[in-house]
Design a protein around this ligand. Structure first.
Ligand SMILES: C[S@@+](CC[C@H](N)C(=O)[O-])C[C@H]1O[C@@H](n2cnc3c(N)ncnc32)[C@H](O)[C@@H]1O
Length: 653
């Protein structure tokens, strides 16, 4: 019985697979340090394949480099013997929800999710720790001391003597920051759908580096744009008061988005205020639309320039259909159709626009009958087209927008009862991005979840259109600062705050929108060491003959459900799949997504239990290797499957 790997995938191996697909001849075999055969890439041959399109060694080229980059790339590819352990008591609707909350380092989480979510995430939003020189939590192996950095970057010798006049230790922070983000972005890219996109919040300190890094990981051709979020004056600077931050966006494949004809649109802001004002003016004027239109114009004038509604001030007329503006009715660019249109009162032909009419003759007739063409007093003026606000509610998002930076903090404080998290992002801004990019069943990922704003935004987006978007949040088990309001409120870690915020957000959103039968839950997981005592074994090194050496044993305290989720990840199945538990012959058996997996981790498995599981014909079945009394029992189990359900993939852990 073949064994499951029980580690995250080795991405270097995956890269070799990709190269082999393109250039089969360059993948060959060599011996590793222990004399075992391993696959390797013949660089000489690869060079030949690329003829003179290569750059090597000290040759100049355009690239982003920093001390630690190589180690960071290595960190992205190396497999880990870890798993996601379910935490039922921290979850909401564990059995039915499709949302995930993962507590742990996102580098681990991203590795563990690689196969299950490969190419499945529509949108990633992250707000990584900004580089203020010391404020990001950074536990990777290649984190180093200032002294080590100064030495390695050639600014001092081994004795610590300075080799340059001014030590530039700030570079270390840039390097650390880049080394932190690089492997995470590389892993995140694999999870994006080909029509997906990533949005990354950032401030001035790392904007340039982030854009360079993004170009390296996602490809400069996939850079979509940078949004500037003006958040209000801070008055905390002597020279330039920086009152904005950025959201940098890369598509997974911008060409693919173009091919698919995708347009990202957002609902214009301030519309509801306009509709409300217009309705009031019509009522006040007793149904006199001309008078109501005058009042609407006055109302726009009275608004401050910063008011969102004012952007739509040209929509200043009202008729029985609603608010509209008198748009040009000529063919854009010229060369449009020219034909006679008669004025409805004078019966004489009106002036024809020099660029021709916007519509062909039949379509124009329909528009006139429908009352959508606005004629002048007589035939001497060119008519206009009534463009209704209701028909043009969506627009392409502006690269610059204003959203008061303090509002979200206030709302979070009121939701949580105290200031448990500093500088949360504004859930309405993230909601706008979610609505712009995702459709109703899409998956959204945030692996720097913080207070869980993105999950809140996904709930809000679902409340608007009744959608069923799902999310994955990842947040480190970072302790809250001693003496902080969060600690005083009883929170021990940011992940705890995050889960509680998401719980409250679900209630709040459901309460406001009157939602019933919706997914306001999440399955909670914790990144932990693997469940098996022998998981230090190297992946893909277990062949049939070795099996007897690996009588697998489960670590103490690990439950059958722990094993089940590790198996799901190993098989590249989503840990959000539905799970039902049954009892067969006195043994606990899990069925995942009905027939995707049948799993039984019980001891002393009798053949009748195996036979009954096989009879249900699952696509996959998994048992504990030491769940069988003997080698003969294990072989017998395989035989049973061959007879009863030959297409089931049977594995052991
Ligand atoms: C700037 S905050 C995100 C705030 C979030 N957007 C919000 O609105 O609440 C960054 C978060 O990333 C978390 N973090 C930092 N390093 C991490 C890591 N390696 N894995 C997971 N989370 C991490 C920090 O604990 C912090 O909560």
């Amino acid at each position: 019985m073949e064994k499951l790997r029980m580690t995250s995938p080795d991405l270097t191996e995956a890269n070799i697979d990709k190269l082999a697909e393109l250039f089969p001849t360059v993948v060959t075999e060599t011996l590793d340090a222990d004399g075992n055969p391993q696959r390797a890439v013949d660089f000489d041959l690869l060079r030949q394949e690329l003829s003179d399109h290569i750059v090597e060694g000290p040759q100049e080229r355009y690239r982003l480099d920093w001390p630690g980059k190589r180690a960071a790339a290595f960190a992205a590819n190396a497999p880990i013997a870890k798993t996601l352990r379910p935490v039922r008591e921290e979850s909401v609707d564990f059995d039915t929800t499709k949302n995930l909350f993962i507590e742990g380092d996102n580098l681990d989480a991203l590795k563990l999710l690689q196969e299950s979510y490969l190419g499945k995430v529509k949108m990633i939003y992250i707000d990584p720790p900004y580089n203020t020189g010391n404020d990001f939590v950074y536990h990777d192996d290649f984190a180093e001391s200032t002294q080590a950095y100064v030495e390695r970057s050639g600014q001092s010798d081994e004795s610590g003597a300075s080799l340059v006049a001014n030590l530039e230790t700030n570079g270390r922070f840039h390097s650390d920051w880049l080394s932190m983000l690089y492997p995470r972005l590389k892993l995140a890219r694999n999870l994006l759908r080909d029509d997906g996109a990533i949005f990354i919040s950032i401030n001035d300190a790392e904007l340039e580096n982030l854009k360079h890094l993004g170009s390296e990981v996602f490809g400069a051709q996939n850079f979509v744009g940078t949004m500037i979020w003006a958040a209000g004056r801070k008055n905390d600077s002597r020279f330039i008061s920086s009152s904005h931050e950025y959201i940098v966006c890369f598509a997974r494949d911008l060409n693919r988005l173009r091919e698919l004809g995708v347009n990202w649109k957002v609902r214009k802001k301030g519309l509801d205020d306009i509709y409300k004002a217009a309705a009031k003016f019509v009522k006040d004027a007793g149904g006199d639309y001309a008078a109501a239109s005058v009042a609407l114009k006055q109302w726009y004038k009275s608004l401050p320039d910063s008011d969102d509604a004012k952007r739509n001030k040209h929509y200043s007329r009202i008729d029985e259909r609603g608010v509209f503006y008198a748009d040009n009715i000529s063919w854009p660019g010229g060369g449009g159709p020219k034909y006679e249109v008669l004025h409805p009162l004078t019966g004489r032909p009106v002036r024809i626009p020099s660029r021709g009419w916007l519509f062909q003759e039949n379509a124009m007739r329909r528009q006139i009958q429908d009352g959508r063409v606005l004629f002048g007093e007589d035939e001497n003026s060119v008519p206009t087209f009534k463009r209704y606000l209701r028909d043009t509610e969506n627009e392409v998002a502006y690269s610059v927008f204003y959203q008061d930076g303090r509002a979200a903090t206030k709302r979070l404080r009121s939701l949580m009862g105290s200031s448990v998290f500093d500088f949360p992002k504004d859930e309405t801004v993230i909601q706008t991005l979610v609505e712009m990019v995702t459709e109703e069943d899409d998956l959204v990922l945030d692996f720097f979840a913080g207070s869980g704003t993105t999950a809140h935004s996904v709930y809000m987006a679902n409340a608007v259109d009744g959608g069923n978007r799902k999310y994955i949040m990842v947040q480190l088990d970072e302790p809250v600062p001693t003496g902080s309001p969060a600690e005083k409120s009883g929170f021990k870690s940011i992940s705890q705050i995050s889960r509680e915020r998401i719980r409250r957000a679900a209630e709040h959103v459901a309460g406001n929108a009157g939602m019933k039968d919706w997914d306001g839950g999440f399955r909670s997981f914790r990144v932990d060491s693997g469940n098996m005592t022998d998981t230090l074994r190297e992946p893909d090194r277990v062949d049939q003959l070795d099996l007897s050496l690996f009588t697998s044993s489960v670590k103490e305290g690990r439950s059958a459900e722990d094993l089940l989720f590790q198996v799901l990840l190993d098989w590249g199945l989503e840990p959000s799949l539905s799970i039902t538990k049954g009892v067969i012959g006195g043994r606990e058996v899990f069925f995942v997504d009905e027939d995707a997996v049948a799993a039984c981790f019980a001891d002393e498995l009798p053949p009748e239990v195996v036979r009954e599981i096989a009879r249900r014909q699952p696509l996959r079945a998994v048992f504990r290797d030491d769940g069988f009394d003997s080698d003969a029992a294990r072989i017998n189990a395989e035989q049973i499957f061959r007879e009863v359900s030959p297409s089931t993939e049977v594995k052991a852990i």
